[in-house]
Ligand binder design. Structure first.
Ligand code: DGJ
Length: 727
């Protein structure tokens, strides 16, 4: 059992194979945090449970000894009491009071992990894979209970946390804030790492030293967003790819979130993550409960590489579900950057024929196939094919593409409605809006109000109707605007602030239903590229379009940053035309291929425009990826060079049996008279011998790791790859 409650000391000791997470009950009342880090025996409490008076901090007088919660390291802190740091929960009771005092009221420990009703979460297949501790905290004055759950995995260094609030009283209470995780640390020099950016520049790594006060990231856009990812790392100042203490949190949620670290007056960090309290309030009726989504916590004693590999493996095997969890993903061609809205069936079939000739397995028809959509100003919501472009409909096109020996995939943007659409004309109140105010548009569209059941039912029916009448094996599920004019015609005034979270619950129901009734379809989520690249979406859809920026150089940064938390199998990455449509940069076809192959591979351009030489190269790229994809998509990733720190990027993928290696190296800017560069591999066996499958040369493992292979690339945006096999 990985969870032990030591009754005599009142200590909970949670252990994964290499880590310990220790809590205790202070005076049998307050759940305090003692330790999170490398696996240890239960510490001597006298030494660790310090209690000190700090100036200007009020004390809790009752109990065995007076203490200030401001001094105590806590697990689920409340506000309006003696702790002035940021609380995990804020409640308004029916009498207007806000003091919330959560004290230990019991716990249960059980094998396995329960489902989070209506929410995405990491899962187990056998109860033996994990144990769960559920601690009940209760306000002694008001009838409010908070269940704080910790699931501890037995074979990987992962602890997940979630929270459920239950109104056990007879009056309603208002929840104004409910975080899912909060951990207090001892004072030390830490850095904070966040994945931040913008549309087309997602998940760039930002690292800053912690300072006293609050440092917080989040989204209040109704989506996890391109701007900040719900992933946060706190690490020792010296931490690097292979060394140093790393504490990470990742939120299994796709909407508004907050995450941050507050460093208090004694330089002690409080790290937290959960739902954003921006425009949030949840009315909890008597007897009702509220579930806050899950946070996945990972500690690594050996830097970011180990942390990422733990996340990757967990998400590949115990977050992503369905048939494609374990199957290699098809190589696809998407027509978006090749044609945009300007296509006919004839043009599509020409591209598809070329795709087949090159070895591509799946053809995806992107935006523009429905209603009268020839631009982005109309028809979202009218999911009926345009007969002018597709005379035989989607079913006919799919049949023709299948006849070529290709699978067929289709784009949708089901959460949206265009003001110029039959759907909007029939149901003008089905969008998020405030009556009497302007309905602000973005990309000429409004957001459907998925906090309403009937709207969700419409979406399920409209999308299923298309999927059920054509041979469709892949769906790209797009979402291209953020929420404004927050309001729902389906909610009473006192529940208006529930809209954004209810939207997510509605979306999750829609996705659960559609993916559940179409188990043979591979779903890829997208939000103007990677605007919702989060574990919540991955629970329903095993891959995500990483970014609308397809420039090979830009993608080095985006894919490197994304890999901090998310597995390679989740990252859609395609070769596109040059000059690149976003960055206007010209990069070699080889480099574009090598970058895209370091992900879930595909092409996104008019393939018929390739000349013979390019066709030959692309054919070879595709054939090569078919040989490599099982272990690129399901092996371990090792980052070798960080593009945020220099002029190169490099990574390698190691097969599960540690025999096959694919390594890719990229030089971003040309250097004149620059030094020779040595690419050093990692995680090989020092005494084993590895054959370069291209040249036949055989290397010793230690030589590859300690000396490396010299590369001398000339020109901008150059790449080199190696395929090695252990002999
Ligand atoms: C945004 C997506 O990220 C693109 O790949 C493409 O599907 C467009 N939307 C279509 O409108």
């Amino acid at each position: 059992m990985s969870i032990v409650f030591e009754k005599r000391n009142q200590v909970f000791h949670l252990s994964t194979p290499n880590t310990s997470y220790v809590m205790s009950l202070m005076d049998h009342r307050y759940l305090t945090h003692l330790y999170w880090g490398r696996r240890i025996q239960t510490p001597k409490l006298k030494h660790i449970l310090q209690n000190r008076y700090i100036g200007f901090s009020a004390v809790v007088a009752s109990g065995k000894r007076p203490f200030s919660l401001d001094y105590i390291k806590q697990e689920y802190p409340t506000g309006c009491n003696t702790d002035y740091r940021t609380p995990a929960i804020s409640v308004v009771y029916a009498d207007g009071s806000r003091v919330c005092d959560l004290q230990y009221a019991g716990h249960r420990i059980f094998a396995g992990k329960e489902k989070l009703e209506g929410l995405p979460a990491v899962y187990v297949e056998e109860a033996a894979e994990a144990d769960t501790l559920e601690i009940t905290l209760r306000d002694p004055v008001k009838d409010l209970a908070v269940l704080v759950s910790f699931t501890v995995f037995n074979t990987t260094d992962v602890i997940t946390r979630s929270v459920k609030v239950i109104n056990e009283g007879t009056d309603p209470v208002i929840l104004e804030k409910v975080l899912s995780a909060s951990v207090d640390f001892e004072a030390q020099d830490y850095d904070m790492i966040q994945l931040s950016g913008a549309w087309g520049r997602e998940r760039h790594i930002e690292r800053t030293p912690l300072r006293t006060g609050m440092q917080e990231i989040g989204s209040n856009r109704g989506a996890s967003s391109h701007m900040q990812n719900p992933f946060l790392v706190m690490c020792s100042r010296n931490a690097g790819e292979d060394y140093g203490n790393v504490y990470a949190m990742n939120f299994v949620y796709s909407g508004n979130f907050t995450a941050g670290v507050e460093v208090d007056q004694l330089f002690r960090p409080r790290m937290f993550m959960g739902l954003n309290d921006y425009d949030f309030a949840w009315r909890l009726e008597a007897g009702a409960s509220f579930a806050a989504p899950e946070v996945v916590m990972v500690y690594s004693d050996a830097g970011f590489g180990k942390m990422s590999r733990i996340y990757h493996r967990l998400y590949r095997t115990r977050l992503v579900r369905g048939k494609y969890r374990d199957e290699p993903r098809p190589i696809l061609c998407n027509n978006w950057e090749g044609t945009y809205f300007d296509f006919t069936e004839k043009k599509i079939l020409e591209i598809a024929a070329k795709a087949k000739e090159l070895g591509i397995e799946l053809f995806v028809l992107d935006d523009g196939w429905f209603g009268k959509r020839d631009n982005d100003r109309c028809s979202l919501g009218d999911w009926v094919e345009n007969p002018r472009k597709l005379p035989d409909g989607i079913a006919g096109l799919a049949e023709k593409i299948n006849a070529m020996g290709l699978q067929f995939g289709l784009w949708f943007e089901p959460e949206m409605v265009s003001p110029d659409s039959d759907l909007y004309r029939a149901h003008p109140d089905w969008c998020i809006h405030v009556p009497g105010r302007e309905r602000t548009e973005c990309r000429s569209q409004l957001t459907l109000d998925l906090s309403r059941d009937e709207v969700c039912d419409y979406v399920i029916e409209a999308v299923s109707n298309v999927l059920d009448h054509a041979s469709i094996r892949y769906v790209k599920w797009d979402m291209n605007r953020h929420m404004t004019n927050l309001g729902s015609a389906g909610l009473p005034p006192e529940r208006q602030k529930e809209m954004a979270h209810r939207y997510m619950l509605g979306l999750y129901r829609v996705m659960e239903t559609i993916t559940g009734t179409h188990p043979d379809i591979l779903f890829e989520s997208c939000s103007g590229g990677g605007g919702r690249f989060d574990p919540g979406m991955l629970y329903y859809m095993p891959q995500t379009w990483t970014s609308d920026d397809t420039d090979a150089v830009e993608r080095l940064y985006i894919q490197y940053g994304t890999s901090m938390a998310y597995p390679i199998s989740a990252m859609g990455s395609h070769v596109s035309a040059v000059p690149n449509h976003q960055a206007r940069r010209v990069t070699p076809l080889k480099t574009r291929g090598d970058v895209a192959m370091s992900g879930n591979f595909g092409y996104e351009l008019d393939l018929t425009k390739f000349n013979q030489r390019e066709s030959r190269l692309v054919k070879a790229q595709i054939a090569e990826y078919k040989e490599l994809r099982t272990f690129i998509q399901s092996g371990d990733m090792y980052r070798l060079r960080n593009p945020f720190e220099g002029n190169t990027a490099a990574w390698m993928f190691l097969s599960e049996d540690k025999k096959d290696i694919f390594c890719a190296y990229f030089k971003i800017r040309a250097e004149v008279n620059g030094p020779l560069d040595w690419v050093r591999f990692t995680a090989l066996e020092p005494n084993a011998r590895y054959e370069d499958l291209e040249t036949g040369e055989v290397w010793n493992g230690d030589e590859l790791m300690e000396i490396g292979i010299a590369v001398d690339l000339q020109g901008d945006a150059q790449s080199r790859t190696w395929r090695l096999r252990k002999k």
